[in-house]
Write a protein that binds this ligand. Structure first.
Ligand code: BES
Ligand code: MN
Ligand code: ZN
Length: 494
């Protein structure tokens, strides 16, 4: 999808469809008012008749507009004026673009950014149009014979007053970069495990690196990890015939000696559970166990596209977790890169095993902050469902910055406690720690495990098990938490 900004007056505008807003008190947005004049009262008549209520999420298509170069008008409900916040604005945008699916509409003009959204400026409002429309237009067709897209929209033009083109242009640039990053993330995630292997993920990272002069990519092979002493990470890949990779993206956009932010994403390209095999139903969804890694690669693409004046490192431990004669067994003990020993009581708790060595490796970049993102625990779904990502960490300032960013990005998180009382659940009789903490507080004990490898750094952990993909009829990747991470990094610039 292409995005652009313009200030063309409506009487001169040509497009397949113009999107304008109506409020729940039946008042028209400025663009809708103008359209009403141009159409000699058509819009007001529809409102009077009750065809338009203006409720959030309503979308009424007027698919013929006499004597106009605007082929269609979509009236989008903005809800109650005083209730128009970021979340509702995004709902309106989503309902609008989704209602245009299947129609022969290629060229859309969106006039919704003119409406006041509480706490949000024009830059944000423009950015969200790109994010939401890009999200709606995405469809995984690569492995279908019929590759026709439901959403035919190729171009989204956003209206903004010329006097505010600076602010709007910034929103456009950010929106495009974030929308592209979400798309890339979703595509890697939706690919099946037989295509999206650790090697494939590494190739994607290399391709992202090639697009930016400030990004270098290094792929550590199993022998490199061996030399580093990554016994924990390597134990997970023992049962797999695909070589594991530790993907390192390095974006140097800031001062040479400015401390970087390190993003670490779990890249388990298929998690069968290993010898502690998962039950069959829904196991296909474990192709999504690399969503954290994909989001790191996507975020690094966005950061490079935006040329942010920051140093950002992306680390993606990539592996499969499969049962095999050579696979990890319950009771096995391995020495991690940190020197700490780990007793594997459940081979399905593999994410933390690949992450812990990567977190130790992250230390060598002398990071200002480390943020890991992982589809780490089913328990996170039990605790929080599919609305927020779980957030845990050892630094209040970092956690609060992430909470603030999540609110702006409308990519929510909810913080869980990481109190030391939970640490004892990881006790092992035979090693420094066990890799599971029993049935209670699974999301917290997983984070407790990781916290033992991040003692020297400001660190936050995002459990994205409930937010990285949708299940059921609309099964598919969401691209979360790319919007949150991009917002956090944008906030760091200012
Ligand atoms: N990738 C899974 C977590 C997961 C499960 C995410 C379902 C989304 C949906 C992870 O590797 C895992 O298997 N975790 C175990 C941990 C347990 C053995 C302590 C889990 O959650 O069951
Ligand atoms: Mn697992
Ligand atoms: Zn897993």
């Amino acid at each position: 999808m292409d995005y652009s900004i313009e200030s063309t007056p409506l009487e001169k505008l040509q497009c397949d469809c113009l999107i304008a807003g109506v409020f729940a008190d039946k008042s028209l947005s400025p663009a809708a008012q103008q359209l009403d004049i141009l159409t000699h009262g058509l819009i007001a008549r529809l409102v009077e008749r009750g065809d338009v209520t203006g409720e959030t999420g309503e979308a009424l298509l007027i698919n013929a507009v006499p004597n106009s170069k605007i082929e269609r008008i979509l009236l989008a409900g903005l809800g109650k004026k005083e209730a128009l916040n970021g979340k509702n604005y995004r709902k309106t945008l989503a309902a609008a673009i989704n209602s245009l699916k299947k129609l022969p509409i290629k060229d859309v003009v969106c006039a919704l950014a003119e409406n006041p959204v509480s706490g949000c400026d024009l830059t944000w409002k423009i950015r969200q149009i790109a994010e939401v429309f890009g999200d709606a237009a995405y469809q995984f067709t690569q492995l279908k014979s019929d590759k026709t897209l439901e959403c035919k929209v190729e171009q989204t033009r956003m209206l903004a007053p010329e006097a505010e083109f600076d602010a709007a242009g910034l929103g456009l640039r950010q929106g495009r970069a974030i929308a592209d990053a979400i798309n890339l993330t979703k595509h890697m995630a939706d690919l099946p495990g037989n295509v999206c292997t650790p090697t494939y993920l590494a190739e994607q990272a290399i391709a992202v690196g090639k697009k930016s002069a400030k990004t270098t990519v290094e792929i550590l092979e199993e022998e490199d990890m061996e030399a580093l002493g990554m016994g924990s990470f390597l134990s997970v890949t023992r049962g797999s015939r695909q070589p594991a990779k530790l993907i390192c993206l390095n974006y140097q956009g800031g001062e040479k000696n400015a401390k970087p932010v390190v993003l670490v994403g779990k890249g388990l390209t298929f998690d069968a559970g290993g010898i502690s095999l998962k039950p069959g139903p829904g196991m296909d969804e474990m192709k999504y166990d690399m969503c954290g890694g994909a989001a790191v690669i996507g975020t690094l693409q966005a950061v490079a596209q935006l040329e942010l004046p920051l140093n950002v490192i992306g680390l993606v431990p990539a592996s499969e977790n499969l049962p095999d004669g050579n696979a990890n067994k319950p009771g096995d003990i391995w020495t991690s890169m940190s020197g700490k020993t780990i007793e594997i009581l459940n081979t399905d708790a593999e994410g933390r095993l690949i992450l812990c060595d990567t977190l130790t490796y992250a230390e060598r970049f002398n990071p200002d902050a480390v943020i890991d993102l992982a589809t780490l625990t089913g328990a996170c779904l039990v605790a929080l469902g599919r609305v927020p990502s779980g957030l845990l960490g050892n630094d209040d300032e970092l956690c609060n910055a992430l909470i603030r960013a999540s609110e702006i990005a409308v990519d929510s998180v909810w913080r869980l406690p990481l109190w030391e009382e939970y640490q004892e659940l990881l006790k092992s009789n035979f090693a420094d720690m066990a890799n599971i903490g029993g049935k209670d507080a699974g999301t917290i004990t997983a984070a407790c495990f990781l916290s033992r490898f991040t003692e020297n750094v400001r660190w936050a952990h995002l459990d994205i098990a409930g937010t990285a993909w949708r299940t059921g009829l609309t099964k598919g990747a969401t691209g979360r938490p790319v919007p949150l991470l991009c917002q956090y990094l944008l906030d760091r610039v200012n």
